[in-house]
Ligand binder design. Structure first.
Ligand code: PLP
Length: 366
C-alpha cells in the first residue's frame, strides 16, 4: 500500500463539478483580478470566522506583510514571534524593515510561551505574532493581556488553522488582525496562491484594502505607496465554493488524528500531538516527536509512505537570519522539536485503512 502525505487530486475528484462550474463562471465573466468573486468570498469567509472584515490578498505572506504595514510597523521596530514556523512569518517582518525577535514555545502545544513573550518586550516592540502551528491555537488570553498591558498590537498567524477555535472562538478573530494562507495544501486551499487578512477594525481593513491595490482607494488616485497584492478572481470563486466543505474536512482530519493517537498510544519513545483544553485543533499537520526521527523517516519513505518535517531548521538558525546573531541553544524546545518532529500523512480523504497501515509500519520500525 502507498500512502501519500497529501492528496489534492482526491479532493478535486470529490467536488469536481462544483469546482469546474466555479472556475467557468469567472472565465465567462472575465473577472480575473480581484472583483465580485473575491468580494463574495470575503463576505463568506468573514462570516465563517465570525469577524467583520476579510480582505483577500495574493498569499498568506502578503496577508502578514500588509497587516504589519497597516499597523505602521517599519524600520527600527521589533516584532516578536516564534522560531518554529514557516519562514513567511519572519519574512513579512523583515520586508517591513523591522526586526524579528524570537521566543521559545511550549513543550506540549508548540506555540508561543506567553511568559517568554513578556520577557522579550523592549521599548522598540510594536507587534507580537503568535502562530497557531499545525492547527493548534496559541494560548491567546495571556498573550492578549500582556500585549494590551504594554500597548502592543497582536497579529495571529492563522495560516495553518482555518476553523480552529480558542475557547470556542474562531482563531484569527481574537487579535487586531488574523492572517490566512490558502496555499493549495492548507486546510482551505486555492487552485494557486491566495491569502486573506481578517479584522474587526474598520480603519485597519480599509488600509489593507488600499495597500493590496496599489495604494488606490479609487482607480488611478493613489493616496499611499501600495503594492499589487490582490486575490485572483478564480481563487475567490474556488475558495467560496470550497468553504462550505471546510467544517466536514476539519472534522475528518480530527477523526484521523484520533485514530492515529489511539493506535499509537503506548508506543515507547513517541510523543503524540496534544490538544490543549482551550483548543479545537484542526490538524493541518499531524506531527509526532520521536528520537531517531531521520532513520524512521527514511524507512517510511522507502516503503511508500509520504512523510515530512515541519520544520527541519528553526528560523533563528537559518542562514538567511545569520545577521540576527542567534546561537544554537537559544531556543531549546524549538530546537529539540526540529530534530524530532515527524509529520505523518494527513488530509481529509485519508482512509482508516491507510492510517492503520502507516501506524503498523511505524510500530514495526520502532
Ligand atoms: C503557509 C504559511 C504561511 C505563508 O502562506 P503563503 O500563502 O504560502 O504565502 C505563513 N505562515 C505559516 C505558519 C504558514 O504555514
Amino acid at each position: 500500500m502507498k500512502v501519500p502525505f497529501l492528496d489534492l487530486k482526491a479532493q478535486y475528484a470529490a467536488i469536481k463539478s462544483e469546482m469546474d462550474r466555479a472556475i467557468a463562471e469567472v472565465v465567462t465573466d472575465a473577472a480575473f483580478a480581484g472583483g465580485p468573486y473575491v468580494a463574495k468570498f470575503e463576505t463568506s469567509f468573514a462570516a465563517f470566522c465570525r469577524c467583520q472584515h476579510a480582505i483577500g490578498v495574493g498569499s498568506g505572506t502578503d496577508a502578514l506583510w500588509f497587516a504589519l504595514l497597516a499597523l505602521g510597523v517599519g524600520a527600527g521596530d521589533e516584532v516578536i514571534t516564534v522560531p518554529n514556523t514557516f519562514i513567511a512569518t519572519a519574512e513579512a517582518i523583515s520586508f517591513c524593515g523591522a526586526k524579528p525577535v524570537f521566543v521559545d514555545v511550549d513543550e506540549r502545544t508548540y506555540t508561543m510561551r506567553p511568559d517568554l513573550f513578556e520577557r522579550a518586550i523592549t521599548a522598540q516592540t510594536k507587534v507580537v505574532i503568535p502562530v497557531h502551528l499545525f492547527g493548534q491555537p496559541a494560548d491567546m488570553d495571556p498573550i492578549l493581556r500582556i500585549a494590551a498591558a504594554h500597548g502592543l498590537r497582536v497579529i495571529e498567524d492563522a495560516c495553518q488553522a482555518h476553523g480552529a477555535e480558542y475557547h470556542g472562538r474562531p482563531v484569527g478573530s481574537l487579535g487586531d488582525a488574523g492572517c490566512f494562507s490558502f496555499y493549495p495544501g492548507k486546510n482551505l486551499g486555492a487552485y494557486g496562491e491566495a491569502g486573506a487578512v481578517i479584522t474587526n477594525n474598520q480603519p485597519l481593513a480599509e488600509k489593507i484594502r488600499i495597500l493590496r491595490d496599489h495604494g488606490q482607494p479609487r482607480k488611478y488616485f493613489h493616496t499611499v505607496v501600495g503594492w499589487n497584492g490582490r486575490m485572483d478572481g478564480i481563487q475567490g470563486a474556488v475558495l467560496a465554493a470550497k468553504l462550505p466543505h471546510l467544517p466536514a474536512w476539519n472534522e475528518a482530519r480530527r477523526a484521523h488524528a484520533r485514530l492515529y493517537k489511539e493506535l499509537l498510544s503506548g508506543v515507547s519513545g513517541v510523543t503524540l500531538p496534544w490538544e490543549a483544553d482551550y483548543s479545537r485543533h484542526v490538524f493541518h499537520i499531524f506531527a509526532l516527536r520521536l528520537p531517531g526521527r531521520d532513520a524512521a523517516l527514511q524507512r517510511l519513505t522507502n516503503e511508500g509512505i509520504g512523510c515530512a518535517i515541519h520544520y527541519p531548521i528553526p528560523l533563528h538558525l537559518q542562514e538567511a537570519y545569520r545577521d540576527l546573531a542567534y546561537r544554537a541553544g537559544a531556543f531549546p524546545v524549538a530546537e529539540r522539536c526540529a530534530g524530532e518532529f515527524l509529520s505523518l500523512p494527513m488530509f481529509p480523504e485519508l482512509q482508516a485503512a491507510q492510517v492503520e497501515f502507516v501506524v503498523g509500519r511505524l510500530r514495526a520500525i520502532m
